[in-house]
Design a protein around this ligand. Sequence first.
Ligand code: ZN
Length: 188
Amino acid sequence: MAIKIFIDQGHNPKNPNSGAEGNGFQEADLVYRIGIILRDMLNKNPEYEAITSRNSPDEILGTSNSTSLAARVNAANQWEADYFISLHANASANSSATGSEAFVFSQTSKASPLAESILKWLQYIVGTKSRGVFSRPGLYVLRRTQMPATLVELGFITNAEEARNMNENPGDYALGIYDGIINYFGTT
Ligand SMILES: [Zn+2]
């Protein structure tokens, strides 16, 4: 049985739930493309089966912020995903803030070592430093998913270099996440 990975590109291209903007880029666009590449990488590996929450760059999920989040969680629950990974880009008032970080419902979740592996491999492949894995039980997509779930902030859209890198090299980010997944599961 293939391991079912639900990839949520965490925002819509416009409101509701449009996400951050920075350096001329939109979070929704950056994570959309990385998510599609990651999905295709996983689906080429017989050990995995992957789907994304958004399947076209223009797709809008939900009619409000809360129904947008619920649509993502409901899709993963209905599909009976084994793991849920929500992709985001971080934002800070400090434009020099850099690095990737991840959130889990609790440090005892199976998603916690998965998130650690993803951050480690993002660091290897992309060069982005890991800021760590943190508990954030209040986050809807971590609280309401029925499977281990992590929300990964891939880099800062408010940092010029990281924003440009996410835009120009989405395949590197996808490969970092992919390598983090296959090393966590011990597959090849
Ligand atoms: Zn976000």
